[in-house]
Design a protein around this ligand. Structure first.
Ligand SMILES: C[S@@+](CC[C@H](N)C(=O)[O-])C[C@H]1O[C@@H](n2cnc3c(N)ncnc32)[C@H](O)[C@@H]1O
Length: 243
């Protein structure tokens, strides 16, 4: 089976326990990373009301809930929200969760990969987010050009991703020890799938560094306007604006 199919199948397997494992493993810190991502995206988007937000690799729908919550918090209304993910297992959990928790609107959920955003028209998206999803995308360059295709001029790209270190300092070593040794044990216990949680540190190691990602995006006309690593450099937020 090809690598991309294996990754998607792995998410299908861990989907039922994904949210509980995530809550324990992130110790709730991801809430602040996601809030900051929404806040910065609204800032860079400017005064107008975003009519379409697309969350790629939406998984169980967390980022969709954060868009809604933070739009209220930062008084930024938006039109519709679409989530897309290739794992039907993750989408099933999202469907159920959003039905109960998404208060002000209905999200449209689509099955699909980042490299092929079928059903999303050229230059139709105001804000495109991908949270902890990009490192799972095998054909990352194809995915980034899809993002450039669907984003409107002036549209905002939001990437949240675990940081691949160009050079490790002391704090990075501690964070690295946690993700390489502790996280697979806890994630494995909760999901009964050690392999899936062992995959996380491996996927970070195999991913692009922030400067490589910035370079790739700029070739596509998406200029990085903000990039910052949070919480001992564990998570990086990148905000790009399409020219
Ligand atoms: C770590 S989860 C993150 C989910 C969600 N964005 C969040 O913040 O909780 C990664 C997601 O990427 C999805 N994924 C894997 N391969 C993908 C691909 N080629 N294109 C888009 N999404 C993909 C998985 O199905 C999974 O839902």
């Amino acid at each position: 089976m090809d690598k991309q199919k294996q990754i998607i199948e792995m998410f299908d397997q861990i989907a039922p326990t994904y949210d509980s494992a995530n809550r324990i493993l992130s110790l709730g810190i991801d809430v602040a990373w996601r809030r900051e991502a929404c806040k910065k995206a609204f800032e860079y988007f400017g005064e107008n009301k975003p009519s379409v937000i697309l969350d790629v690799a939406c998984g169980t729908g967390d980022m969709i809930l954060h868009w809604e919550k933070n739009a209220k918090k930062f008084q930024k209304d938006f039109g519709k929200i679409i989530g897309i993910d290739p794992s039907s297992g993750m989408l099933e959990v999202a469907q159920e969760k959003l039905k109960n928790q998404l208060k002000s609107r209905k999200a449209e959920l689509l099955l699909g990969e980042a490299k092929n955003l079928r059903g999303i028209e050229n230059q139709s998206v105001d804000i495109l987010s991908i949270a902890y999803g990009l490192r799972n995308v095998v054909d990352v360059k194809e995915a980034l050009s899809e993002f450039a295709r669907v984003l409107k001029k002036g549209g905002v790209l939001v990437v949240l991703e675990f940081t691949k270190k160009e050079k490790e300092n002391f704090l990075d070593k501690i964070a690295g020890f946690y993700t390489r040794n502790i996280l697979p044990l806890i994630g494995g216990l909760v999901s009964k799938n050690y392999k899936a949680y062992k995959y996380l540190p491996d996927s970070i190691d195999g991913f692009l560094t922030s400067s490589m990602l910035t370079q790739e995006l700029s070739k596509l006309g998406i200029h990085t306007r903000f990039i910052k690593a949070y919480s001992a450099n564990i998570s990086t937020l990148l905000i790009g604006v399409k020219q």
